[in-house]
Design a protein around this ligand. Sequence first.
Ligand SMILES: Nc1ncnc2c1ncn2[C@@H]1O[C@H](COP(=O)(O)OP(=O)(O)O)[C@@H](O)[C@H]1O
Ligand SMILES: [Mg+2]
Length: 245
Amino acid sequence: MIKMKNLVLGYKKEKILKDVNLGIKGGEFIGIIGPSGAGKSTLMMSVVGGIKVFDGKFKVLGHDMDGIKKKKLRKIREQIGIIFQGYNLVDRLSVLDNVISGMLSDIPVARAVLRYYKDKELKKAKEYMDVVDMTKYTAKRCDELSGGQRQRVAIARALAGEPKIILADEPISALDEKSAKKVMDILKRVNQTYGVTIVANLHHLDVAKEYCSRIIGINGGQVVFDGKSCELSSEIVEKIYTTQK
Ligand SMILES: Nc1ncnc2c1ncn2[C@@H]1O[C@H](COP(=O)(O)OP(=O)(O)O)[C@@H](O)[C@H]1O
Ligand SMILES: [Mg+2]
């Protein structure tokens, strides 16, 4: 799915991530952890382009990311779902409309505007709303939902695009413990039911340990740990979270 070899990434003239070597396979559930400013979001967003490649090799879904053409990048983006902290929903639209909008590249704009959906599309949307346990709220406007519910709709919408990979940048950082657990349970379900590869930036170490099959620890733009959660000793955790001077 994703391959990085001696990769150096950053913005304009500033190199942020140095010498990253990672291979991510289909079906993995990966948690990226590390202090604020470590480069977690930069690493994650590089997968959908827009981050400068200074050096090294970088492949996503078989395509070379260095100097990639717009058309090819669009093809990659169609296969990747992105979940931020609740930012990517249309507030004034219903849960159903938001979920279906995840299929939009397949649905002509006129039909979307008129909300003329085919049975097949509705059936799929209902399936995804069921996966995220939002069937009860299908007709509700998204601005009437709680933070956790919004995040679940965002997951359903990402699923509607039938992605190979879902990128989740701090998906639970603004949620209370109970809602956070629900969102993580759903991400796990999505991973197991659909085999979607999940890469999540996580603030809470214990959550990452509980849910992720693999943890990548970043500090100061470098991968300082890459392994299973059971391999995370307190020494390594300290290395990941100690601010570098
Ligand atoms: N758009 C940008 N332009 C320039 N520098 C950026 C940009 N976004 C982030 N950075 C810098 O990149 C570094 C890593 O940031 P980020 O990837 O957001 O870290 P994290 O997600 O781990 O908190 C920080 O020093 C930050 O200031
Ligand atoms: Mg970040």
